[in-house]
Design a protein around this ligand. Structure first.
Ligand SMILES: C[S@@+](CC[C@H](N)C(=O)[O-])C[C@H]1O[C@@H](n2cnc3c(N)ncnc32)[C@H](O)[C@@H]1O
Length: 254
């Protein structure tokens, strides 16, 4: 499967209704933890305006907006309307939280998964390569597992840099191949045998999880991604591996 915009958008539209479930099952539940760590790192810079690109069903946007002490605005942008619509439904559910909680407490103990959205969270349908925002608009730009899917990485990074303020930060969470040979063999077995089968059963799209495997295996290394960020003009570029380097958070400053 190629990386053309229409192919990518169509694939995410076709798996959108099962995307969250797939994500949680196939990452063995780690995806929530990785996004939470990313959200905490973002909040350490005390931002008031955050843009989450390739935001999908808005899980990272929600993880940021629900951090205690954050009173700013998060814009969650994605070019796949189907993914955003599902994210919007999740926000609406969170906003009914007090009502839901009181109904729940009548029945049983409250649902601990309900988050508190302290801030504005606005979904926007937009292409990361042509962001509909003025230069220097955001304190932080972020993305979780999205950058890998963009056909023109260099252009995407330049566009991301354009919309953040001077000294603003880019915080990018992405999947990588593990560096240890042993872990990489296990990983390939999981990706080639288990993940496509599970993905096909749950998503009913046989191409979707072959694509996922290919997109991770053929993506850059962490060092190469660091170099791409530097070439796009980011300064003080660094990265932090999570869970044996299966995912990495990249940080850069404008
Ligand atoms: C793997 S999902 C990640 C979603 C979400 N960030 C998460 O943490 O689960 C990748 C998302 O990137 C979006 N995407 C890919 N290329 C894009 C582009 N050029 N502009 C905007 N969104 C894009 C897809 O529509 C999809 O929702």
């Amino acid at each position: 499967m190629g990386k053309s915009k229409e192919t990518i958008r169509g694939m995410f539209a076709s798996i959108s209704s099962r995307y969250d479930l797939l994500n949680h099952i196939l990452s063995l539940g780690f995806d929530r933890l990785w996004r939470k760590k990313t959200a905490k790192l973002i909040l350490s810079a005390n931002p008031t305006k955050v843009l989450d690109v390739c935001a999908g069903t808005l899980d990272l946007s929600m993880a940021i907006a629900s951090q205690s002490g954050f009173k700013g605005t998060v814009i969650g942008a994605d070019f796949c309307k189907e993914m955003l619509v599902l994210g919007k439904k999740k926000i609406e559910k969170e906003r009914q939280e007090p009502e839901v909680r009181s109904q729940e407490s009548e029945k049983s103990t409250p649902n601990p998964k309900l988050l508190t959205l302290n801030s504005n969270l606005i979904p926007v349908c937009a292409d990361t390569l042509y962001l509909p925002f003025k230069d220097n608009s955001f304190d932080v730009i972020t993305s979780a597992f999205g950058i890998r899917n963009i056909e023109a990485l260099k252009d995407a990074l330049s566009e991301m840099r354009r919309v953040i303020k001077d000294k603003g930060r880019a915080v990018i969470l992405e999947f990588y191949k593990p560096k240890s040979t042993f872990l990489f063999s296990l990983y390939l077995f999981y990706f080639r045998k288990i993940l496509p089968l599970a993905g096909r059963i749950i998503s009913r799209d046989k191409n979707a999880y072959y694509y996922l495997q290919d997109s991770v295996v053929s993506f850059l290394s962490q060092e190469e991604m660091k170099r791409e960020m530097e070439l796009a003009g980011f300064r003080k570029v660094s990265y932090k591996d999570l869970t044996f380097g299966v995912t990495t958070i990249h940080i850069g400053t404008k």
